[in-house]
Design a protein around this ligand. Structure first.
Ligand code: ARG
Length: 452
């Protein structure tokens, strides 16, 4: 029996059921029960249920809660949604008094609550995963020590940087992603329970109390907003999408770095796959799939945005579709973080040392230190690079004559600046990737993730 059979003279068609019922919401079982426990407690305290009634209903709900925790809850095809399933089970357990559970509540405020509770729990898990990822990046950074690589702009070699600095850039992205989940979780902490169908209730309910019982930070200002809005679901999906996009950038670099051309990294055999045709292949499939799955998660974000667009207030069944998208986005991020973190934790980095061209800016800055205007120093080093490139030489191959021919303000001692390691040793700007700076970053990251 449905929750709404009274008005209907025939049972729902099989096609309606097949089309409208989405078992995706079953994973909110625990949240639905926890929400109901708070609701019933509030109803009892507000005098809307007698003590006996609220005790009986709470006993039944607690039994369902333990079924949920043991993953022993028995869903039935006739359950229209998670809310109907819980109410059906409550009736089986405690009989007619179960009919009082839904007093001063609608599935509209109920589902808005369930998704918030679910996503708050999920956010906690994602934050831990992102922090674990950042922690692994800090360990890798420590492991590569003073390995120097070129940084790239336009995929052209730019400045010398510690490989550790490059790896830590991803740790910072992950920590910002974690921070976004923290922020989203705070907004998710506002309870919509008590908004009812969208227009509140004539019964003397206490939404503040149910919010408090749920450990939420407050309650809604507007019941229509509370049941109609899904910006928080979109925000959560964005958090997933942005984290996936960061992971896709890392993944792309790992794919490149694992190539024979780069030869910067080797992944453990157990974290790579082979080719059915070419025996020599060792493919970084985890990274490739992380890159690919980020496209799918962007799609989920687009879906949640489009779902809200132009939707009249308040609740519309369209909103049921938010669950499949946000759950899929969250699951994909969880799986991606797990796989990429494992793959990276056992990676070995062995990039070749960069050529001296990556010190061109250092050479110019050496002249700037003597008072040469930067634009002129830039021109001078540019002339030097061009003249050396003409016969296939690198910056460190320059002779005193080459220097003099390019600009009389060069000094022979400037050639000492064409060593990439020296380039890093002389870097002083905060966050600029000197070895000392990298050590500060590692300590800060470890402090942030509580793993000092
Ligand atoms: N499955 C629905 C959803 O996810 C639950 C709320 C249904 N409310 C309603 N009035 N039909 O949105």
């Amino acid at each position: 029996m449905t929750l709404w059979s009274g008005r209907f003279q025939e049972p729902p068609a099989e096609v309606l059921w097949r089309y409208t019922v989405d078992p995706a919401d079953r994973r909110m079982l625990l949240d639905d029960v926890v929400g109901s426990i708070a609701h019933v407690t509030m109803l009892g305290e507000s005098g809307l249920l007698s003590d006996d009634e609220s005790d009986e209903i709470l006993n039944g709900l607690n039994e369902i809660k333990s079924e949920a925790e043991k993953e022993a809850f028995d869903f039935q095809d006739s359950d229209e949604d998670i809310h109907s399933a819980v109410e059906r089970r409550l009736g089986e357990l405690i009989g007619p008094v179960a009919a009082k559970l839904h007093t001063a509540r609608s599935r509209n405020d109920q589902v808005a609550l369930d998704i918030r509770l679910y996503l708050r729990r999920a956010a906690t898990a994602r934050i831990l995963q992102l922090e674990a990822f950042a922690s692994v990046m800090a360990d890798l950074a420590e492991g590569v020590g003073e390995t120097v690589v070129p940084s790239y702009t336009h995929v052209q070699q730019a400045q010398a940087v510690p490989l550790a600095h490059h790896l830590l850039a991803y740790a910072w992205m992950a920590l910002r992603d974690a921070g976004r989940f923290v922020d989203a979780a705070e907004r998710l902490g506002v309870s919509p329970l008590g908004a009812g169908a969208g227009g509140g209730s004539s019964l003397p309910i206490d939404p503040e109390r149910s919010a408090e019982l749920l450990g939420m930070t407050g309650t809604f200002e507007n019941s229509m907003d509370a049941v109609a809005s899904r910006d928080l679901v979109a925000e959560y999906t964005f958090c997933c999408a942005q984290a996936m996009v960061h992971m896709s950038r890392l993944a792309e670099e790992m794919v490149l770095w694992a190539s024979a051309e780069f030869g910067w990294v080797t992944f453990a055999d157990r974290h790579t796959t082979g080719s059915s045709a070419m025996p020599q292949k060792k493919n970084p499939d985890i990274a490739e799939l992380a890159r690919g799955k980020s496209a799918t998660v962007i799609g989920h974000l687009t879906a949640v945005m489009a779902l809200q667009k132009g939707l009249p207030l308040t609740y519309n069944r369209d909103l049921q579709e938010d669950k499949a998208s946000v759950f899929a986005a969250d699951d994909t991020l969880a799986a991606t973080l797990e796989a990429l973190t494992a793959m990276l934790a056992s990676a070995e980095f062995h990039p070749p040392p960069p050529g001296s061209a990556v010190t061109a800016l250092d050479l110019a800055e050496e002249m700037v230190g003597r008072g040469v205007p930067f634009r002129e120093a830039h021109e001078a080093v540019g002339r030097l690079v061009a003249s050396l490139a003409g016969d296939g030489r690198d910056l460190s191959d320059a002779t005193a004559q080459d220097l003099d021919a390019a600009d009389s303000r060069f000094e022979v001692a400037d050639l000492a600046r064409t060593n990439p390691l020296d380039s890093i040793a002389k870097r002083v700007s905060p966050g600029g990737g000197s070895f000392a700076d990298v050590a500060i970053q590692m300590a800060a990251i470890r402090e942030r993730v509580g793993r000092t």
